[in-house]
Design a protein around this ligand. Sequence first.
Ligand code: SF4
Length: 343
Amino acid sequence: MSEAHSLIIQDIKAKMGGRLTIMGHHYQNDRVIRHCDLRGDSLELARKVSGLKSEFIVFCGVTFMAETAAMLASDRQKVIQPSPDAGCVMSDMAPRALLDAVMRKLTTNGRRIIPLAYVNTAAAIKAVVAQYGGSVCTSANAETMLKWAMGQGDGVLFLPDANLGMNTANRLGIPESKWARLDISGMAKNVDSNALKDKNLLLWPGLCVVHKRFKPEQIDEIRQRDPDALVVVHPECHPNVVNKADAAGSTSLIINYVAQAPREAAIYIGTEISLVERLAKEYRNEKLVRPLFPSLCQNMAKTTEELLAATLQDLEGAEAVTVPKDVARMATVAIERMLDICS
Ligand code: SF4
């Protein structure tokens, strides 16, 4: 049956030609990604949307990515997410009302706190961030963006991924004594701006459940077995994991790392399993590529080839990804600020 789905997709793509673009994040499974005209990490995909001319953009990924695509697309383009229920657990950890409450608390003593949101957040969060003079970042440009945000005010609120915030701070040499992990429970009732006045990096306590599964002990065990093995991980992993790895970076960095590793190298990867399996297959005759631990993103996995075929069969009837105009206007300010800074 899956070959039938594949044939349907190929057939529709051939008939639609330039009217259709299928985009896919690196964490999509092989059966889906093989049909994508464009693939990439969040930053690469966001950059590519603006240059597209096609009438339909089918986005294989999770909701915050499809929202970003919808905001960057023109009014005459329709962005469709084959699996509209594919959210992101990390993104859900930063609801808008809570961010409003935290920002109010953090700025009561007149400090200018710049919110810097990981792109893995809802459009509504990006809009709030823009209102406070902040921006967004991806794992590929977190260093540039954190450095920029640090120069804009008295401190930065990094959200929602505390691990990415800590790993980026380590790279920039921001001492741990300047960080504070916020207690945002009870609608931020414990956030005390005066108690935080010596801290200039405030961390929202969110994380990615997929990258939480990687542990330093897994790297120890590999090193014991094979001291020459290389380990590369995503910066959504805890700093204790990142610090033990040979390299850390975005999915694009991981892909390049594997490409550039010497022939016959053994490379262990700490990121979502679909990408690791794809790299293992691609390099099977040259290098040994293995997961540090097999960790699947259930939301990314919701987009199947069957669903993609069904979506393409009813492009006109499919629901478009939309973001309320006022939210989109402000969220786009945050995204474009990032694209400008990183151009
Ligand atoms: S891998 Fe983590 S951050 Fe990415 S979509 Fe899945 S839960 Fe969200």
